[in-house]
Design a binder for this molecule. Structure first.
Ligand code: FAD
Length: 378
């Protein structure tokens, strides 16, 4: 077993670290307050090769594996989880095309995304069903050689801005998950519109939208996999893409730790730095313990993906553990900062607002416990 990163991996990690320091951290608070997606950061990420890096070489991309993607993710989330979510959700949108698409479809849909800065989106959740995704109401009906989509999707990251959106729909509401289909919808499809969701608690630099489909027509050639494969493709996708959420959570926890160490050394109480109090030292030690444990978990899950081995159990554990560990780290970072931690002058209150979402999206941590226990009890 070897825990050493290769030279290429260290360079990639350094690239992402520098990118977070130069391009993300200086603007993160401003875009959070404005609730606006910083498009210039997406463009710069594209220029340096950090955007949609999983697009395979045969479609013109870099073809990065999950382990490398997660190394990038930890660094970018250190800068801002909301901005990282823009890039992460794009990889989430690309993944069903990698999981269920033919080589021709991958070239057709993903090839153009390697030529200019562009985003993808993954549209599974609906207003009335998130965890129970198989109960979807959005319908797809075949009309000749076209699918006609009607319905509403909810909480879609990059929704409306994405060049391609993978939409999961039912062909028969009585048929359950076996009657589902995955369809690629281009941004300019007629009848496709979106409404931005405002006033989010955190990750406000990422765009979250309601998507509306009114008789949206796409060619049959935009169908990924076979008829009835939609739900399966969605679940296989999430088994993979939960790992970058875990990596991002570790990035948040690392930021919480660094901010806490810096503040604890500078802030004095009772005539000495608060870092000399054991109560503060132990919070810092706990954060470090969580970060080390979480990183091992996400790296193991990512490694399994890259080896082509089963990984659903490990990815669920990594995402649930890391997001809860990072929530605790952000919470304790506020405590270390005292009253100053509670206001926007220091970055730690944003860390807590941002990290909460990591426990909810890509399968709530309760649903992940269902996934984990099902495996153990079957
Ligand atoms: C900012 C944001 C971005 C998002 N981005 C995307 C995206 O890009 N694409 C996408 O498709 N979706 C996205 N989502 C949706 C997200 O995946 C769902 O919110 C999530 O899956 C939960 O679904 P729900 O909100 O309908 O909650 P519900 O399913 O209604 O759950 C409510 C509560 O009940 C619990 N619960 C439900 N069922 C069970 C059960 N069987 N056992 C135990 N507890 C249970 C849940 O864990 C939760 O605590 C996003 C959400 C947000 C807030």
């Amino acid at each position: 077993m070897d825990f050493t990163l290769s030279d290429e991996q260290r360079q990639l990690q350094q690239l992402a670290r520098d990118f977070a320091r130069k391009e993300i951290i200086p603007i993160a608070s401003e875009y959070d307050q404005r609730e606006e997606l910083p498009w210039q950061v997406v463009e710069k990420a594209f220029e340096v090769g950090l955007l949609n890096a999983a697009i395979p070489e045969h479609a013109g991309g870099l073809g990065l594996g999950m382990f490398d993607e997660c190394l990038i993710g930890e660094e970018l989330a250190y800068g801002c989880m909301g901005i990282y979510t823009i890039l992460m959700a794009s990889e989430l949108g690309i993944t069903p095309i990698l999981v269920g698409g033919t080589e021709e479809q991958q070239q057709r849909f993903l090839g153009p995304m390697t030529e200019k800065a562009s985003l993808a989106a993954f549209a599974l959740s609906e207003p009335n069903n998130g965890s129970d995704a198989a109960a979807m109401h959005t319908t797809a009906v075949l009309d000749g050689d076209e699918w006609v989509i009607n319905g509403t999707k909810m909480w879609i990251s990059n929704g409306g801005m994405a060049e391609v959106t993978v939409v999961f729909a039912t062909t028969d509401r009585q048929g359950g998950h076996k009657a589902s289909v995955a369809l690629v919808v281009p941004r300019d499809a007629l009848g496709f519109s979106y409404n931005k969701i405002k006033h989010k608690m955190g990750q406000r630099a990422s765009l979250t939208s309601e998507l509306v489909f009114e008789n949206v027509r796409v060619p049959r050639g935009n169908q990924l996999g076979g008829l009835g494969d939609g739900f399966k493709i969605a679940m296989k996708t999430l088994d993979k893409t939960r790992i970058p959420v875990a990596a991002g959570s570790v990035g948040i926890a690392r930021r919480a730790l660094d901010e806490s160490v810096k503040y604890a050394k500078a802030r004095e109480a009772f005539g000495k730095p608060i870092s000399t109090f054991q109560a503060i030292q132990f919070k810092i030690a706990e954060m470090a313990m969580g970060i080390e444990t979480g990183r091992l978990m996400y790296q193991k899950a990512a490694w399994l993906v890259d080896q082509g081995q089963t990984h659903g159990f490990e990815s669920a554990i990594a995402k649930a553990y890391c997001s809860e560990m990072a929530f605790d780290a952000a919470n304790e970072a506020i405590q270390v900062h005292g009253g100053y931690g509670y206001v926007g002058e220091y970055p730690v209150e944003k860390l807590l607002r941002d990290v909460k979402l990591n426990q909810i999206y890509e399968g709530t941590n309760e649903i992940l416990r269902v996934v984990i226990s099902r495996q153990l009890l079957k």
